[in-house]
Design a protein around this ligand. Structure first.
Ligand code: VG1
Ligand code: CO
Length: 564
């Protein structure tokens, strides 16, 4: 193979403000990323955070969800990686890679890590958001130690090394070789779907799923113009033989068709309306980068993500992967409902409660103590990779339906009958002014701090005929059982004597203002209440949460932007 030669240019730069990665990478309005220096500083900082010895000649994976500005960012990464001693970049064709596929590729290629270009469920396009996330060699989001190191570098960065003349065509699959000041630099463009498909074929029984497709189950998936489109078409239509019309919005668009690519009842309203017609027995939606999923049954029956992971865990034996590996342990993020806890208890499995963000599951999986985990924010996954995985969750649900020959609703009713039901809701107040939001959190923190909490414990709150007594309250703190790292201030928890919980935290993925998240979780063992609407059952606790936090008074917001 002939290779072209390029030289390195050392460009001087000054730090850009505000490059601290949040819950999942650095996310900002696209106009913030557009000046070359902003993106280049951050990419250079990611590379500088990799130990020199490990960086030299290493492999990195690059790809994203297809949003506006991604193509430019891919070229910037190529130019900077080439000049910083990286040996090889594995890139998805046209720059496309879903987040779960990226996680798998990092592991498969034994790469040093991967750079994911996505702002996930945030809107895209020239007026939307962009994001850059670094995943480490286990395929998972960089832990706080690494993101802090990157952030420190962004504060003092003074030079960027790049190859400004290097421009690479990533539209065709294949290997290209370059020479950068005497060193070899390889670009391998890969089909984004191929390896991921093979992984799914190992995990699930594709023959059984094929039979289900040709049978009576009519289903529909909505990719919301995110990156999942090509994966869904390949897996459902080509491999499982489903009709083309089961794949909605499956052409990735730079602006996601102008919508929020966020699979919830508000932003995936079209799918909900379609499901309510009662034609389909199963429906699902995904977010921009394909790691989130929403599961719906006939007539729009909604499965909360907290229930979804509990059901998958309780039915793990319906999937060949878990028949082989067994289930090692279960975990959820702190605000996620306690439904999974009950499965862990019944099955005698080790159980973990971690802070919000998938990065906290990785160490447990690497130590073979965790198989299945989930977040209330439509994240469901297992140790087959180190990211949450939307398509995997859908195939898991289809496998359970095929094995048990039951509808989504029947599966849930059966599950609640056995374990009881955790009613759960989350209220999001998006784009609140930062100051009052911070004030609200500070006030809450003061209530639950170690010095003052004694006065709060035992307090009773009454709404209608319901009275709740505070049993425990704190600002959630987590010590990683494997590396003993401590994460503080992960959300205010107020736990009542009956186990009901109210949780408040501020989002770490927004790009402007603040988003307040209020979570309510309450357990019910009375079978006659199972079919009730969560909003009605939880109304007393919702009112109490609003009263304790003074959310309406402080933020001026009467109603949330999104309810799930
Ligand atoms: C949100 C969710 C969190 C999820 C994160 C990334 O974070 O609450 O559970 O892990 O998004 O998901 P926050 O800080 O905004 O609450 V994804 O699909 O956006 O990468
Ligand atoms: Co996502």
């Amino acid at each position: 193979m002939s290779s072209k030669t390029f030289s390195v240019k050392v460009e001087s730069t000054v730090p850009c403000e505000g490059q601290k990665p949040g819950t999942s990478g650095l996310r900002k309005h696209v106009t913030v990323f557009q000046p070359w220096r902003y993106t280049a500083n951050f990419v250079q900082s990611i590379l500088a955070a990799i130990d020199g010895g490990r960086r030299e000649g290493c492999t990195l994976v690059v790809g994203g969800d297809g949003r506006f500005y991604m193509q430019t960012a891919v070229q910037i990464i190529i130019q900077i990686a080439a000049a910083n001693g990286v040996g090889k970049l594995v890139i998805g064709q046209n720059g496309l890679l879903s987040t779960p596929a990226m996680s798998f590729l990092i592991r498969k290629c034994k790469a040093e890590g991967g750079i994911i270009l996505t702002a996930s469920h945030n809107p895209g396009g020239p007026d939307g958001d962009f994001g850059i996330k670094f995943n480490t060699s286990n395929g998972g989001p960089a832990p706080e130690g690494v993101t802090n190191a990157i952030y420190e570098i962004t504060k003092t960065i003074s030079t960027i090394r790049h190859c400004p003349d290097l421009k690479v065509d990533v539209s065709a699959v294949g290997t290209q070789q370059y020479e950068v000041e005497g060193r070899k630099f390889v670009i391998e463009v890969v089909d984004p779907v191929e390896d991921y498909l093979k992984l799914m074929q190992e995990i699930f029984d594709f023959d059984a799923l094929k039979k289900q497709q040709s049978g009576s189950l009519k289903f529909v998936v909505d990719a919301m113009h995110g990156v999942v489109g090509p994966y869904a078409k390949r897996i459902f239509c080509q491999e499982l033989g489903a009709q083309e019309d089961c794949c909605l919005n499956c052409v990735p668009k730079e602006d996601f068709g102008g919508h929020h690519p966020d699979p919830n009842l508000t932003y995936a309203a079209d799918l909900v309306t379609l499901m309510k017609k009662g034609i389909h027995g199963f429906g699902a939606a995904f977010d921009g980068d394909g790691d989130r999923n929403m599961i719906l049954g006939k007539n729009g029956f909604f499965v909360t993500p907290s229930d979804s992971i509990a059901v998958i865990a309780a039915n793990a034996k319906c999937m060949p992967y878990f028949k082989k590996t067994g289930v090692k342990g279960l975990a959820r993020s702190m605000p996620t409902s306690g439904a999974l806890d009950r499965v862990a208890e019944a099955e005698g499995l080790e159980f973990f409660e971690v802070p919000t963000g998938w990065k906290f599951f990785g160490n447990l999986m690497d130590a073979s103590r965790l198989s299945l985990c989930g977040e209330e924010s439509f994240g469901t996954g297992s140790d087959h990779i180190r990211e949450k995985d939307g398509l995997w969750a859908v195939l898991a649900w289809m496998s359970i339906m095929a094995a048990r020959q039951m509808s989504v609703e029947e599966i849930l009713m059966d599950h609640w009958g056995k374990y009881g039901r955790n009613f759960f809701t989350r209220y999001d107040y998006e784009n609140v002014e930062s100051e009052p939001a911070q004030q609200m959190m500070t006030d809450l923190r003061n209530k639950v701090s170690t010095e003052t909490v004694a006065a709060f414990i035992g307090k009773e709150f009454t709404e209608g005929d319901k009275t709740y007594k505070v049993a425990k309250a704190d600002d959630f703190e987590y010590t990683d059982p494997i590396d003993k790292s401590v994460s503080k201030k992960q959300g205010i928890r107020i736990i009542f004597e009956d186990g009901s919980r109210i949780i408040f935290r501020l989002s770490g993925t927004g790009s402007s203002g603040a988003t307040v998240r209020m979570y309510i979780d309450s357990y019910e063992s009375d079978k006659t209440k199972f079919p009730l609407d969560a909003q009605i059952v939880l109304q007393p606790l919702i009112n109490i949460a609003l009263r304790i936090s003074q959310l309406r008074e402080l933020t001026g917001r009467q109603e949330p932007t999104v309810i799930t």
